[in-house]
Design a binder for this molecule. Sequence first.
Ligand SMILES: Cc1ncc(COP(=O)(O)O)c(C=O)c1O
Length: 400
Amino acid sequence: MDFEFSDNLKNVKSSEIRDLLKYIHLSDMISFGGGLPNPETFPSQEIKNILDDIIDNYASSALQYGQTDGLAYLKNELKNYLLKDENININPDNMMITTGSQQALYALTKIFANPNDYVITEAPTYVGMISSLNANSVRAVSVNMDNHGMITDDLENKLKMLKSMGIKPKFIYTIPTFQNPAGYTMDLDRRKHLLEIAYDYNIPVIEDNPYGDLRYSGNKLPTLKSLDANDIVTYLGTFSKVMAPGLRTGFTLSQPEVIHRFNMLKQSLDLASDSLSQYIAYEYLKRGIIYEQVPKTIELYKRKRDIMLESLDDNMENAEWSRPDGGMFLWVKLNKNIDSSKMLKRAIENKVAYVTGSAFYYNNPEKNTMRLNFTYSKDDDIKEGIKRLAKTINEEMKNY
Ligand SMILES: Cc1ncc(COP(=O)(O)O)c(C=O)c1O
């Protein structure tokens, strides 16, 4: 039949990253695209043991529908973990367990913004946030970044400009620590400045922190949430990068009014997040497995980051790149004349893949950029893949 579709998804494009995943499986292809955690980090045996115990002890509730706001046991464990790990003191009533933090991005966009409203994002920003904005017909004004994270002076200028036009953005979305895609981390002065600006303009802040636990160098910085004296920050966390993404378990910390609205919306999204996964996450925290697992993940990813940085230093000309202290990605800027989307065909011919930077801009993309994932490939493949990428760039440069 000829379907007549709503306008709701007219702005949503298929993610270039998802489209790229198909290349991962081609033989000989080395892919720095995708954003997958390395399966070596999954605590499979521990999860197997936990599952056995859950089924023996709590099958009747772990296989049942759960509460919309999440498993109370898990929330209590998270409260302890967040206090210890992030110095965040949270009442479990101000917490919502989510189906990955991706669900929170969608829900918070819907909760805070009407169609055609504006929000603030970093440029570049997480592609899943761009999808959530597009799915809700919400527009973004982008703030520039450098090695020290979001340029808060630029934020202030843009808010001033918007105010003069009578526009008040509905929230400021930031990934301050080991940003996806750029790998940048916002320094302490800028964190404080960002909060001052948000207080002045009375705009909520959404702090997305999926990578904060994965630090390989440098000193830990306080989260915006822990610095927030005025309860303006909504904080998103996830088990995806510290346990396993397939369990789709995340959490949101916010004010009771926000959590209440989220609860109402979530009833229409999925009633509640997966009970079994929440029990697994609960036991994972309670048994302290997270404190053994994260250091192992850090060791593996640090080695891979170092290999990629060394390979870039040794092979790459005509480009600059970020040197992330943690997370899973680094950001490459090529000669201004190179469009990394156009270059991708040549890269695929040379059997290496990346994500083109344009995918991470709400508008006005810097086309000479790309994101490289350093956590997934084998060590030797990282070295070989960077050589192939350098060769690709050199071939491309001959056109200019
Ligand atoms: C910045 C950021 N936010 C949110 C997510 C979504 O994570 P999940 O839904 O698996 O918790 C990701 C995943 O890669 C991410 O990089």
